[in-house]
Each structure stands twice: as structure tokens, then as C-alpha cells.
Ligand binder design. Structure first.
Ligand SMILES: [Cu+2]
Length: 167
């Protein structure tokens, strides 16, 4: 067995994974995914990507989504996200739009979020790409990130929110 040939073959596989979603959690540009804030991407709905009727690209950063105003067709949609920041970020959705429910002390109200049918692409570290494929119904969704910053405030509280219109 020739070692070099094997490495080249593995490289080709890695590139293919990045091209179709990067579900191995590795950055395509060689950024170290094991940095202190590194949490590996956990892609959602990878098996559904072939059925997607649309793709939406979203950049995650401190403390905003780029763009903050998102549009998608009704049906299976793949969100191709990249964390351009220095902290972990997530992409969470609140069906119906409006304010993210908070408890009396300002923390996210997980029960209310669950009842509202909120869903998410879980937080992952800087320098990575991560895909989430979700079945979307028509309507407005608030997009937000509830990762806690070092000062204890959520990224949402720092302005990391947007709006998705599905039609
Ligand atoms: Cu965030």
C-alpha cells in the first residue's frame, strides 16, 4: 500500500464532504477546529439535503447574522452557515416571529420555546462551516443565537437576531 496515494484519497473525500456540507466539523481553510472555543459542528438533516428546494447562506459573527433578513421557499431548505467570529454561535428559529420568550430573570424560556416549536442548528466554534436542513412552513420566523457571552449576556441580548420570511 502506498501511503501517499492513501492520503491523497482521504483529502479528496474531505473536500467532497466540505463541498456538500462539511459535516465532519473541519474548517475547509485549515483553521484549527480545536481552538478553545471550538465546538464541533453537528449538522442537522444531512440525509434530507437532496430533497432541499432551496439553500440559504448565513454568516455568524459577534453579534449578528449576515444577512439579518433571510428569505426561503416553503419546503425543505438547507442553511449553509459559516462561523466568521471568535466565539461559538448557533442558528435558532422561532416559528411565528416576534420576541424570543424570556423568563423573569431574562434567561431564555426553554419551555415556551419548546411549545412554540423552536428548532436550531446547535452552537459550533469559530472557523467552521455547518449545515442544517429543515422543513419550513410559510410564515415569519425570528432567527436568534442564545450562546452566552463572557459577560453572561446572551448573544441575542447583544443584538444577534434576524428574521426569516418563508413564502
Ligand atoms: Cu452567537
Amino acid at each position: 500500500m502506498r501511503q501517499l496515494g492513501r492520503i491523497v484519497a482521504l483529502g479528496a473525500v474531505a473536500l467532497a464532504l466540505v463541498a456538500c456540507g462539511g459535516d465532519d466539523g473541519e474548517a475547509s481553510d485549515g483553521v484549527d477546529a480545536d481552538a478553545a472555543t471550538g465546538r464541533a459542528c453537528e449538522p442537522v438533516g444531512t440525509e434530507l439535503e437532496d430533497e432541499a428546494v432551496g439553500t440559504v447562506s448565513v454568516g455568524l459573527d459577534e453579534y449578528a447574522f449576515d444577512p439579518a433578513a433571510l428569505h426561503a421557499p416553503v419546503g425543505m431548505v438547507t442553511f449553509e452557515t459559516v462561523n466568521n467570529g471568535d466565539e461559538a454561535h448557533e442558528l435558532a428559529f422561532l416559528p411565528g416571529g416576534g420576541e424570543v420568550p424570556l423568563t423573569a430573570d431574562g434567561a431564555p424560556d426553554e419551555d415556551a420555546l419548546g411549545e412554540a416549536g423552536a428548532f436550531e442548528l446547535e452552537a459550533y466554534g469559530p472557523g467552521q462551516e455547518c449545515d442544517g436542513t429543515f422543513a419550513l412552513e410559510a410564515g415569519t420566523y425570528t432567527v436568534f443565537c442564545l450562546v452566552e457571552a463572557s459577560d453572561g449576556k446572551t448573544h441575542l441580548a447583544k443584538g444577534m437576531r434576524g428574521e426569516l420570511k418563508v413564502q
